[in-house]
Design a protein around this ligand. Structure first.
Ligand SMILES: C[S@@+](CC[C@H](N)C(=O)[O-])C[C@H]1O[C@@H](n2cnc3c(N)ncnc32)[C@H](O)[C@@H]1O
Length: 220
């Protein structure tokens, strides 16, 4: 894995808010089939307490909300107000009312310890630094109940020996430009960091295609 650009929360929030409308009409629908596959792997039960971190325009969140009881509230967090605005519109258009959205950072989740049965996170760890990954995975673990499931969907590559075009280009771009042009994202391999964070029963599925991705599932 290569290192990500050193972006501040403010930079990420600003850029993803500005890109939110375009992102919701371009990249998000193309990546959506990968979310559906990851959500299927999450095997959501109607009474599961679910948190999605980095909801973006809310396409995956709507799928998650459809899989739980209407009386069961799903929590969704994102750092970018612009993305949250689009997510609200997505949910409203789909007639989904059992979701609470809040602005916040994956590194500092405003939920008590052991709150959730499932934490779902898609296409976010591929833009955070290696050090921040450690903090975020510890935070994910904190809010999961014992035995709770973690499902991650990330931009990825087949294995660590593969060096992708994006990995070659990424370090050549000035960090701010990388954030604007390619969302600051590079392929990641999260199996080992998830193991180092103390999760168990870790599986990885590589999903090839236009947006090569990995689905990691694990349990606390
Ligand atoms: C590439 S988009 C993916 C959005 C959505 N999960 C999807 O797949 O369509 C990355 C998202 O992560 C959010 N994000 C980035 N860093 C974050 C952080 N530290 N905490 C919460 N959200 C974050 C951004 O605001 C943006 O919505």
């Amino acid at each position: 894995m290569i290192e990500a650009g050193k972006y501040t929360s403010t930079q990420v929030r600003t850029v993803y808010s500005r890109r939110s409308r375009v992102y919701s009409k371009t990249v998000a629908p193309l990546e959506f089939p990968n979310h559906v596959r990851a959500i299927e792997k999450a095997a959501i039960r109607p009474d599961d307490k679910v948190l999605e971190v980095a909801v973006g325009p809310g396409l995956a969140l709507a799928e998650i909300a459809r899989r739980v009881d209407r009386s069961n509230t799903v929590q969704g967090v994102d750092i970018s107000p612009g993305m949250l605005k689009i997510a609200r519109q997505t949910l409203q258009a789909a007639g989904i009312t059992n979701v609470v959205l809040s602005e916040g950072s994956a590194a500092d989740l405003r939920f008590p310890d052991e709150t959730f049965d499932l934490l779902y996170n898609g296409y976010m760890l591929d833009l955070v630094s290696l050090a921040e990954m450690t903090t975020i995975l510890a935070e994910f673990k904190r809010v999961l109940k014992p035995g709770g499931r973690l499902v991650l969907l990330n931009m990825s590559k087949p294995d660590e020996h593969t060096r992708t075009l994006r990995e070659r280009l990424y370090p050549l771009l000035p960090p701010k430009l990388a954030l604007y042009i390619i969302g600051g994202c590079r392929p990641v391999l999260m199996e080992r960091p998830v193991e180092q964070a103390g999760f168990k029963h870790i599986t990885r599925e590589f999903v090839p295609g236009r947006f090569p991705s990995e689905i990691i599932s694990a349990a606390k």
